[in-house]
Write a protein that binds this ligand. Structure first.
Ligand SMILES: Cc1cc2nc3c(=O)[nH]c(=O)nc-3n(C[C@H](O)[C@H](O)[C@H](O)COP(=O)(O)O)c2cc1C
Length: 207
């Protein structure tokens, strides 16, 4: 345990590439990552990225198939989503924050209503009660009133909501660059700004 460890959860919303990219960047930055994955996220990872992750026999190489060196770094501590004895289920376990990326509307609703039915909900509730950074990267469209109210509730409780909405004003040329427009917003909020993040410049400074 170290106060600069990060918690990362993947849940079953579309947007697995955001979560995997975020994990890679956290590892590149030298952070220890406490990773937990919901069963629905496993389906999305396979559907969107052909990554076949086993929750009961987790192997990081199944997730980081294209960045094998990072998978071997030993920086990831995996926690089964039903393991309430994991350190991240307790407020006494210090972290630098938690990101749920992608965040399903189901998980957002569970957090908004304090359901704490799995480790992801519990760790999120811990981050809220300890007044630590909790970032949700939700993805759903369109959203209905209950979704909007749940997101408002988590914001009122102290969470940051960074919707999985890529921006295009820097004209991303690849899917990876578009993914990074969301990932960089998360990194900014965690105090881990990416050196190569494109940033808005005023008219006279623009190239
Ligand atoms: C391929 C796939 C894509 C999905 N996309 C979304 C989505 O974009 N947003 C969302 O809220 N739920 C989405 N779902 C539904 C959730 O996975 C489902 O509501 C699930 O119960 C969420 O559980 P979790 O929050 O524990 O991961 C998707 C499911 C699948 C299989």
């Amino acid at each position: 345990m170290a106060a600069n460890d990060l918690v990362l959860a993947f849940t079953g919303a579309s947007g697995a590439p955001y979560g995997v990219r975020l994990l890679e960047v956290f590892l590149e930055s030298g952070r220890t990552v406490h990773l937990t994955i919901s069963p629905a996220a496993v389906q999305v990872l396979e559907h969107e990225l052909d990554r076949r992750v086993k929750l009961d026999q987790f192997n990081l190489h199944d997730l980081l198939v294209e960045t094998a060196a990072l998978a071997s770094s030993g920086q990831v501590q995996y926690h089964h989503y039903q393991d309430f004895s994991a350190g991240i289920a307790s407020g006494s376990f210090l972290t630098a924050g938690m990101v749920i990326c992608p965040c399903s509307m189901g998980t957002a609703g569970a957090i908004a209503n304090g359901l704490s039915q799995n480790l992801i909900h519990r760790a999120a509730e811990v981050h809220l009660k300890e007044r630590r950074k909790l970032i949700l990267v939700p993805r759903e469209s369109p959203i209905h009133l209950i979704h909007a109210r749940n997101l408002a509730t988590v914001i009122e409780a102290g969470a940051l909501v960074i919707p999985a909405m890529p921006s295009f004003y820097h004209r991303p040329k690849t899917l990876e660059e578009a993914v990074d427009t969301v990932v960089f917003r998360v990194l900014d909020q965690l105090g881990l700004p990416a050196a190569d993040a494109p940033r808005w410049k005023s008219g006279e400074d623009r190239e």
